[in-house]
Design a protein. Sequence first.
Length: 310
Amino acid sequence: MSDPAFQHIPVLRDDVIAALAPQAGGWYIDGTLGGAGHAAALLGAAPDARLLGIDCDPAALAAARARLQPWAERVTLVHGNFRDLGRIAAEAGVTHADGILLDLGVSSHQLDHAARGFSFMHDAPLDMRLDPTAAYSAADLLADADERQLADLIYRYGEEPASRRIARSIVEQRRRAPIHTTGELAALVVRALGGRRGKIHPATRTFQALRIAVNGELASLEAVLPQAIALLRPGGRFAVIAFHSLEDRLVKHGLRQAAHDGHVQVLTRRPIAAGDDEIRQNPRSRSAHLRVARRLDVDDVGQNGEAAWP
């Protein structure tokens, strides 16, 4: 049985389909399948298109399998992480793709499902694993890392200026008792920062940093960019949706380097963002940024760089 919480409107859906320009009979890879909203739109837009869908969350794969049932004979679903894209594609018999999509970050289902431990809005076990079958949780990280390591990762991945103060508070607290829940951690950060101020919860940056660290998200993104570009056939499109500056910066620089090396043409001079109507329907789309590149053929050498799109 699929989880209805996954049945949400995907961010920038129409822009993604326009970016990938799906062709009849083409091979497409969704490296972050989620509830398959983008994948369903893509398969619906291109007769006889085939899809390799990858997700590290078994619950997402179950929901996607149900949603993609109308195209089941053209869909291959794999439990895995997109950092292993090349290997997964090879094992699935996909030698080249006409389009590849990465929708980074955490799904609405994962944020809203308290037991997953991503959000300080619900008091739950401090988990934060995108893949619940993985061994290492956020609670494990807080228990194992020393004060300097904690300060460094909260500063690097959360861009939190008070990272040292927060790390010191974490170490002091765990001397008394382990930190097991999201509520405990959120309250600790609020105390460390002297209370709540402004619109953003004081624990927002710390929670982001721990999630990125637990799941190795930035390392996975760095690893997948060259693999995705190598998998694209000439003319194939690569679309990436990022939700915070660390991700978007990696994507921007990775695509620019690939353009400099003559592998792709960057089609988005500036990232595509959600419009007012979409933001009203889905406030989480406010931070979404879509970047798109096209794989170059040998005959295209000299046309690398950036070109306005759409």
